[in-house]
Design a protein around this ligand. Structure first.
Ligand SMILES: *Cc1c(COP(=O)(O)O)cnc(C)c1O
Length: 415
């Protein structure tokens, strides 16, 4: 088993080690393993936000001359640096929930047929699709998939066999198990059957290479506050391949999506390009945060980030097997590193109390996902190998001593 000094040696040899100093830290000995829910604040983003607030105070409404293009400008940066698509194919605006609604509704308005989504898909995705299925009178089919391995190409092939499916929505990385879905194969088989797929890349953007265009992906949404570190409530992105843009119309015909916005005419005519997926006034301050934070992730490079992510999750799995399995834990994440994203779920019947005890008594920040998972996320730009080692060492000591039995069983609103 890897020793603590071996973990430190891994950090010493890590080509990305220097990136840690570019984030707000100062909370040691706390170990933060929840960058998959909310990434740390980059120092440059803090400066950029301060400057943006000053610009607001100084420029007031005249600032709009610079701000108006931000959703597209920041989208171009994401397109090239993170998503592997072209400028003019991405805008940054609204939340993932709203952006998914836009794309799913746009597809349903031009295609008849059912909607397919995994039963254990992230709740907001399922809820948006349920709402649309009721509104458009479409059948919503919940795909049963392996709770750990996630949807496999064969599962999807079987679900699409009926030839009456309009839309498939899938997360690239499952929020609970961390399973990394075979995006190239599933995209290809859906295209063969002429089924539109919207990929939700919330848990992969910035930490798993995407190459969406290479893999023939046409529609995707994702958030910027997880591995892209843009902050709470930072706007999401929506990607529509250029070839599809004129065929699809956003269900929210807002003025930012209007062809000649300031002519203020009637009726609404959607803009020619990706801007047609904008709706109303975008959150300019947080767009500045997205711009800066994405630049940092792109500078590190998603390939190098992925290599370190795999090594970090491998260490988590190894220490789980050696120390935690004997204490009643079960790995809730695929063992094959090629099939997992950047977090590892440890399942335990007492996961809720263990999670609380980790936070309250061991200063380790994971999160809990119902019914029985403690999620440990590693963000390669600031999580060190020694952090993983120390966190699991504290976890094993805590469970061995029965510390979690002393935590109140009452749940808070946010888990
Ligand atoms: C985090 C996450 C979301 C978040 O949606 P919001 O609209 O930002 O609340 C959506 N889908 C998935 C798969 C996620 O992981």
């Amino acid at each position: 088993v890897t020793t603590r000094s071996e973990a430190i040696a891994l950090d010493d040899a890590d080509p990305l080690a220097g990136f840690r100093r570019r984030f707000v830290l100062g909370d040691e000995p706390r170990i933060y393993l929840d960058g998959n829910s909310l990434g740390r604040l980059p120092l440059a983003t803090r400066d950029r936000l301060r400057a943006a607030v000053d610009a607001w105070g100084e420029r007031l409404v005249t600032g709009w001359h610079q701000w108006i293009d931000a959703p597209r400008r920041v989208g171009d940066r994401l397109a090239e640096g993170i998503l592997g698509v072209e400028p003019g194919e991405v805008v940054v605006a609204d939340s993932t929930t709203v952006d998914l609604y836009k794309l799913a509704a746009a597809v349903l308005s031009i295609r008849p047929g059912a909607i397919v989504v995994p039963r254990d898909e992230f709740p907001t995705d399922r809820y948006v699709l349920q709402g649309l299925s009721e509104l458009h009178g479409r059948e919503l089919r919940l795909l049963e998939v392996d709770a750990v391995e996630g949807p496999r190409p064969a599962d999807v092939e079987a679900a699409l066999a009926a030839d009456d499916v309009a839309l498939l929505v899938l997360s690239h990385v499952n929020y609970r198990s961390g399973a990394l879905v075979d995006l190239p194969s599933i995209t290809a088989l859906a295209r063969r059957r002429n089924v539109a797929v919207v990929w939700d890349v919330c848990h992969s953007a910035g930490v798993v290479p995407l190459d969406l265009r290479v893999h023939g992906v046409e529609l995707a949404v994702g958030c910027t506050y997880k591995y892209l570190n843009a902050g709470p409530g930072a706007p999401a992105f929506v990607y529509v391949a250029r070839e599809l843009q004129t065929q699809l119309r956003s269900p929210i015909a807002g003025w930012f999506g209007q062809r000649d916005q300031f002519a203020m005419g009637h009726p609404h005519v959607p803009a020619d390009g990706i801007e047609r997926f904008l709706a109303g006034t975008p959150p300019i301050l947080l767009l500045e945060a997205v711009d800066e934070s994405v630049a940092l992730v792109a500078e590190a490079g998603v390939d190098a980030t992925r290599a370190k992510s795999v090594a970090l999750t491998q260490l988590l799995v190894e220490l789980h097997d050696a120390w935690l399995e004997p204490l009643g834990f079960k790995l809730g994440t695929p063992r094959d590193p090629a099939r997992r994203g950047s977090h590892v779920s440890l399942r335990h019947p007492d996961a809720w109390r263990i999670c609380r005890a980790l936070i309250e008594r061991a200063d380790v920040i994971p999160d809990f996902r119902a019914p029985d998972s403690v999620r440990l996320g590693v963000a390669p730009l600031y999580t060190r190998f020694v952090d993983v080692w120390d966190a699991l060492d504290r976890l094993r000591a805590l469970v061995e001593a029965g510390e979690h039995a002393r935590v109140a069983a009452v749940r808070s609103r946010v888990t």
